[in-house]
Design a protein around this ligand. Structure first.
Ligand code: UDP
Ligand code: MG
Length: 319
């Protein structure tokens, strides 16, 4: 096995875990099979325990005792997968980093193709989920809708069905780490960073054990966060809607004045009045909500709190 020292790591695998006690063993076994085929590369596996309440940390520690390639960062509580990946990127030493899930939904064999493309000179090689049959119909459909809306709004589109499973060259990792902001939408940032990229299709597998940590409410919020952290388009759109409403309103006012002059006043109009008030009131509330989203974001940035709190580290030299 290649010797490793602090500055001699070629590939860093980054795995964020939250209550995954039943997946860890299969994950390491599957990884071993792949890493053996990459003998000429030194590696490390950075496991982030994202505040698990089951035996995840203990099991990880047992593995880390046996194998110094396995490193652990333990969060003080559950912060979310995105922050797990951020911590992994920060602590990794590799010339390339590969974030992946522990549940083996991302097939480890794909790493061989990632590395091949990396050697060909690509700075980012991302996995594209060819077939998402392991996800339900609604999840697939909503995911598609999200990509469509997101890509319409931003200038750095995210490739359809590309997840977090990808290889990032050190150049890309350093670019992401240098970003001053707190709230990072990983998928968006990968696209934003640019660099020479290529996608490789793969079939997303079923979870090896345990359940998905996502539900639709979480996904909805994740989508909102993704959009508001990447683009100000939702703010801008209301200037146009406002303009259309004002112009139409003025034309209508003009028409009413004319009609009153010609025909005199008439009482009806209650229904249309109510409709206008309701529609306009609704639109104004939506605008306020959207403004609020962005102000909330500014609030979080200004507070300048750390993204996550590390409680313990195993097999990681101090930074
Ligand atoms: N995960 C995490 N923190 C969380 C939720 C999930 O680190 O708060 C990890 C989880 O352990 C897994 C990966 O993120 O390794 C993907 O989670 P999951 O399988 O629940 O998501 P899905 O594959 O359904 O999108
Ligand atoms: Mg999963």
């Amino acid at each position: 096995m290649a010797k490793i020292s602090a500055n001699d790591v070629d590939i860093s695998i980054i795995v964020s875990m939250y209550n995954e006690e039943n997946c860890i063993k299969s994950f390491f076994e599957a990884m071993q099979k792949v890493l053996i085929k990459l003998k000429e590369y030194s590696y490390e596996i950075i496991c982030i325990d994202d505040g698990s309440t089951d035996k995840t940390y203990k099991i990880l520690c047992d593995f880390a005792k046996q194998d110094k390639h396995i490193k652990i960062v333990k969060f003080s509580r559950n912060f979310g997968k995105e922050y797990g990946i951020m911590a992994g990127l920060k602590f990794c030493k590799g010339k390339a980093a590969i974030p992946m899930d522990v549940d083996l939904q991302d097939p480890p064999e794909l790493i061989l193709d990632f590395v091949k493309k990396w050697q060909e000179g690509y700075n980012m090689v991302y996995g594209i989920r060819k077939d998402r049959n392991s996800d339900g119909f609604i999840k697939r459909w909503t995911a598609k809708l999200f990509y469509k809306i997101y890509n319409l709004m931003t200038r750095s589109p995210i490739p359809y069905n590309a997840g977090d499973y990808r290889l990032l060259d050190r150049k890309v990792v350093d670019t992401i780490l240098a970003l001053p902001e707190r709230n990072i939408f990983m998928k968006g940032v990968f696209g934003w960073a640019g660099f020479k990229s290529i996608g490789i299709g793969y079939t997303r597998q079923k979870r090896v054990a345990g359940d998905s940590k996502w539900n639709y409410w979480k996904l909805w919020n994740f989508a909102l966060d993704g959009i508001t952290s990447s683009t100000t388009f939702p703010l801008r759109i209301w200037s146009y809607v406002g303009t259309i409403f004002s112009v139409t309103g003025m034309l209508y006012a003009f028409y009413i004045v004319l009609r009153t002059i010609i025909h005199g006043t008439d009482v009806p109009g209650y229904a249309s009045l109510l409709v206008f008030i309701l529609v306009l009131g609704g639109i104004q509330m939506i605008i306020l909500g959207i403004l609020g989203e962005y102000i909330g974001r500014i609030f979080v940035e200004v507070k300048n709190r750390p993204l996550y709190i590390v409680e313990e580290k195993v097999n990681i030299e101090n930074d």
